[in-house]
Ligand binder design. Structure first.
Ligand SMILES: [Zn+2]
Length: 428
């Protein structure tokens, strides 16, 4: 997708490379770049790995090179001592440099110069991962060109201001997270949550198989996954990453009675990263728990979507059923709403951004915090110009959610981790 004759070099500064955030940023961007070009080189001092199941026994440079070679065995990735001639260089550290990639806490910086926000050594992966994804979007949009300025954002309330909120480690005891759709966006959600220490009881649902083009868009699929069921391939990734409780259903949601036969209060959280087979109507008809996901659009935008039961507009307000919903009908085309948004991300940095935004939002809410933004936040990345836009999804007249009874819905949510969000409260 990028000019394979133009090398991209990723340089990790020693002090940043010793931090958890620095290693996350480095591993995310190298993972993303090798899905866009085979010509990636890396450099940095030998630094003990602090991320993933090999932490404490590996080296972060070796880890990045090994991971890239596994993702694309036909690539030419390697560690080098000197920056290759003509390479576009991304510098991980506080800079100054032409393309500084730096994140700490919830904050992210990409571009020339140095970040103004403070360091944070708190195990928060989200600011760092956001900086890496912005760098990847820049590599695609402004191929071969250095950044013309710098931009900083935070992954807490999705604004351009610094945010100093404390990072609270995830409380995973008995948390049940269902992921419906394990393609590019769904697998990216699980990927970023794993960096944040998420070890929930995962239930993965997808009837599709990994195809070659999925390797360009998902941060978890590798060459050897081709032909495997997506839910099973993602389970294998999570298992390799040290996540123990993962149940994979190699089927579409309508082929199993998961939703219909569930107990009250289960699951705590539903990531709805699929569109086919009238899936949103099925979910909304079954009195769902908190739903989070992100859509991607043709104008290179990513929208983080949140549906708090009994409070927010539902997913069918956003994606009206395309035909009268009938059980067991044939597949409809991927659902697309009025703004052309859909789940299936065509560009690799879009699915990474979609997964990152969804994961950050889930983590924030899991630590007992109230939402800090409206139920839709859109990241525009067109031509490498980054901007977050906040907007509220309106209720749609005649939607399935209008027929639901709040008391019945709350009874279905009782005991779930996020039920308190649906309590009566003042609208934001
Ligand atoms: Zn609705």
């Amino acid at each position: 997708m990028l000019d394979p004759t133009r090398p991209i070099h990723v340089a990790l500064a020693s002090d940043y490379g010793e931090t958890y955030a620095g290693q996350v940023a480095f591993l995310v961007l190298t993972n993303l770049l090798v899905r866009m070009t085979p010509a990636v080189t890396v450099s940095g001092p030998a630094t003990s790995l602090r991320v993933g199941p090999r932490r404490g026994s590996g080296d972060v440079i070796d880890e990045a090179v090994a991971e890239m070679a596994t993702i694309d065995p036909y690539s030419n990735v390697r560690a080098v001592d000197a920056v290759p001639a003509d390479a576009l260089v991304f510098s991980f550290g506080r800079g100054p440099a032409s393309n500084v990639v730096y994140g700490a806490g919830w904050n992210a910086h990409f571009g020339s110069g140095s970040p103004s926000f403070a360091d944070a050594e708190d195990g928060n992966p989200f600011g760092a991962a956001l900086a890496a994804v912005l760098a990847g979007a820049h590599a695609f949009a402004r191929e071969g060109h250095d950044a013309s300025g710098s931009q900083s954002f935070n992954a807490y309330d999705w604004t351009a201001t610094e945010h100093a909120a404390r990072f609270v480690p995830a409380q995973m005891e008995s948390l049940q997270a269902w992921l419906i759709g394990c393609g590019s966006v769904g697998s990216a959600i699980a990927y970023f949550l794993t960096f944040a220490g998420w070890r929930p009881q995962w239930t993965l649902v997808d009837g599709d198989v990994v195809k070659t083009h999925n390797l360009d868009r998902s941060p978890t699929f590798r060459d050897t996954d081709c032909g495997s069921n997506k839910a099973e391939a993602l389970r294998n990734y999570l298992t390799r990453s040290g996540v123990r409780s993962v149940t994979a259903h190699p089927a579409y949601l309508h082929q199993i009675a998961l939703l219909e036969q569930r107990q009250n209060g289960i699951p705590d959280l539903l990531f709805a990263a699929a569109n086919e087979y009238d899936i949103r109507y099925r979910i909304e008809s079954a009195l769902p728990p908190l739903q989070l996901y992100a859509t991607t659009g043709k104008q290179w935008q990513v929208s983080l979507i949140r549906h708090i039961p009994t409070l927010d507009a539902c997913s069918c307000c956003l994606f009206p059923p395309v035909a009268p919903a009938r059980p067991d009908t044939c597949a409809t085309d991927s659902a697309v709403n009025d703004s052309g948004e859909q789940i299936d991300a065509a560009l690799p940095f879009l699915s990474f951004a979609a997964g990152l935004m969804t994961a950050a939002e889930a983590h924030k809410l899991s630590s007992g915090r109230e939402p800090t933004s409206p139920n839709r936040v859109t990241l525009n990345t067109f031509e490498g110009q980054f901007r977050f836009v906040h907007s509220r999804i309106p209720l749609r007249d005649g939607c399935v959610c209008a027929d639901r009874t709040t008391e019945v819905h709350r009874a279905m949510l009782a005991g779930s981790r996020f039920a308190h969000l649906s309590d009566d409260r003042v609208e934001q």
